[in-house]
Write a protein that binds this ligand. Sequence first.
Ligand code: BMA
Length: 329
Amino acid sequence: MSKAINYKSLANIPFEEKPKDYFYPLWRYSKNPVINRNINRVIDRTFNSSVVAYKGGFVGVFRGDKRNACPNLFLGRSKDGIRFEIEETPISFVDEDSGDLCETDWQYDPRLIEIDGTYYIVWCDCFSGATIAIAYTKDFVTFKKIDHPFLPNNRNGVLFPRKINGKYYMLSRPSDLGHTPFGDLFVSSSPDLRFWGEHRLVLEHGWAWWTSLKIGGGPSPIELDDGWLVFIHGVTKTCNGYVYSVGAIIVDKDDVSKVKYKCDDYLLTPTENYETNGFVPNVVFPTSILIDGDTGRIAMYYGSADSYTCLAFGYIDEIVDYVKKHSVK
Ligand code: BMA
């Protein structure tokens, strides 16, 4: 059985055991949503956000869609990973070379990951269209932004949590200017996070009905003894609009463009009221995972209906087992 490796003990992650008579390897928090609408005076909707463990508690970078409907990134802090205090002023990013303030008024879907003591934020930014931005911080006070590492249009940048054979790896999904009706998963590598190349196609959409329109990366991949567990979102189109589900694949340990398993079943699809109703109905969108290395327990943060922040729980070995058992060619 595969297990996660290289994860520290994190006994205080939010967690609930699987409800009795529930069959599947990812289950929802009984008190979802953890963040409701109108969390403070500035933000109407908080969703598709990321959380890491920091100094005994938790810090998050949150997508906050303000009362003018513009999304920005906001810092939030929490003792328990459930109740967050979210700032009312968006994070200020400065150019890593000049120190000049970088202002963009459309920032969303942040992924936050620690690599060797530095916290990297990867998000979708406005740069003559939507594209992937990268910034980093060591203290959650100063945030330095890397000079335009990606061309537009591209979204869902997801960084692997460590270098592989000396290089950083980023998943992404080339897209269009709007609500892209297509999309496959690509990976690129970089020696320094600034210059990206060696682009490879990882996986095309469409192997399962819930991926029939497009797919994209979710939280940072989880390192296993024999591969990487990559949570994704898959999108299908119905007569009533798009439906976003959570699924997973497993890629090769050294060549991350090689898919070893792709799960035919989704792991979560919108079923609860806070997923099927909201600003954009029928969306579950995974962006972040906390892992307890001792037990293999995970807490997944996902956005629902472009309105709320939610949690789901599971055990890595059980999820890996499910993905392998329900894998298709
Ligand atoms: C995508 C992104 C996500 C959003 C989803 C559903 O294109 O904008 O932020 O959750 O659409 O609206």
